[in-house]
Design a protein. Structure first.
Length: 228
């Protein structure tokens, strides 16, 4: 297996685990662990994957993170695009298997339940509108991307990046689960939306655009901070 293929498999696997672990907790165990449990599930999953697949691919497992790394000149264009494809495939596979598991419960309905999808307006857990969702997704993806860039910088303490990045993702979920179920990751949003199949697909665009904007802003700020 080529080095590039190993990286793509690692990104697909890492994103699969992130979506299955995080969204799976929300869909299958949300009633038992509530928002705190879901936030910790996402944070712990990213922390573990940072050390599991990080040595192979860098553990982006998020198209927005890959965009930020590309803008910061930490990954080449072709590889960045392939990373994004692998991440989306991993997310869709995870959502598909999660859908099969959830379907084993009597009365399960992915459309009615939302299937862990991100949404605004009537589909926001607390009724937040589009502008609020757009703003919080940009700001929180900025936080995540800055954490990734600063903790993986050559001047940062080596070997510890996964811990603050995982903690940051948990914090992000604690803040924004009531707003929109938290995305900050287009692949995480795409997977469940496909199987929800209704409003989640209609609203999916914001959970692609806003995280990309937040990551791009973080890359610009990081580049300026690191410039001589």
């Amino acid at each position: 297996m080529s080095n590039t293929m190993k990286k793509l498999v690692a990104e697909m696997l890492g994103t699969f685990v992130l979506v299955f672990g995080g969204v799976g907790t929300a869909v299958l165990a949300g009633a038992y662990v509530h928002e705190l449990g879901v936030a910790l599930a996402f944070g712990f999953t990213l922390l573990v994957m940072a050390y599991a697949v990080g040595p192979i691919s860098g553990c982006h497992i998020n198209p927005a993170v890959t965009l930020g790394m590309w803008m910061s000149k930490k990954i080449q264009t072709k590889e960045a695009l392939l990373y994004m494809v692998a991440q989306v495939i991993g997310a869709i596979l995870a959502a598909g298997i999660l859908f099969l598991v959830a379907s084993g419960q009597p009365g399960f309905d992915a459309v009615a339940s939302g299937f862990g999808s991100n949404g605004y307006g009537d589909h926001s857990p607390a009724g937040y509108d589009l502008s609020s969702v757009m703003l919080i997704e940009v700001v929180l993806t900025f936080f995540l991307m800055m954490t990734v860039l600063m903790t993986t910088d050559k001047k940062a303490a080596p070997g510890f990046a996964g811990i603050p990045i995982g903690i940051m993702l948990a914090l992000i979920h604690l803040i924004s689960i009531p707003v929109d179920n938290t995305s900050v990751n287009p692949a995480r949003s795409i997977g469940p939306a496909i199987f929800q199949g209704g409003w989640a697909l209609d609203q999916l665009w914001i959970f692609i655009v806003a995280p990309f904007v937040g990551a791009a802003l973080a890359a610009i700020v990081y580049t300026e901070l690191k410039s001589e």
